[in-house]
Design a protein around this ligand. Structure first.
Ligand SMILES: [Zn+2]
Length: 92
């Protein structure tokens, strides 16, 4: 499958393993893990304004349906442990 890029920031999406406790049936999603992504950054302000919660969303793509979805996160580091392979293979 060809690499997907984030429509909000152009970053290549990382393959991200869906946790077993999650309600999604997919094995993995493609997720934008760029902390400067406008979708992600605006999510913090939106969540605080709407719900007074310190949380945000990362842009994710369902590889089976091709449909985008918001992946909720509570910190910059959250859910990173589920990254299966890095987008560029040279991070960290
Ligand atoms: Zn992005």
């Amino acid at each position: 499958m060809a690499r997907q890029t984030c429509p909000h920031c152009g970053t290549r999406l990382s393959k991200w393993r869906v946790p077993e406790e999650a309600t999604w049936s997919e094995e993995f999603f493609f997720v934008c893990f760029d902390d400067s992504c406008p979708y992600y950054r605006e999510g913090w302000e939106w969540m605080m304004a709407q719900f007074r919660q310190s949380a945000s969303y990362r842009f994710a793509l369902n590889p089976r349906t091709g449909a985008p979805l918001p992946l909720p996160v509570w910190s910059d580091a959250a859910t990173r442990e589920m990254i299966m392979e890095d987008a560029e293979g040279d991070e960290q």
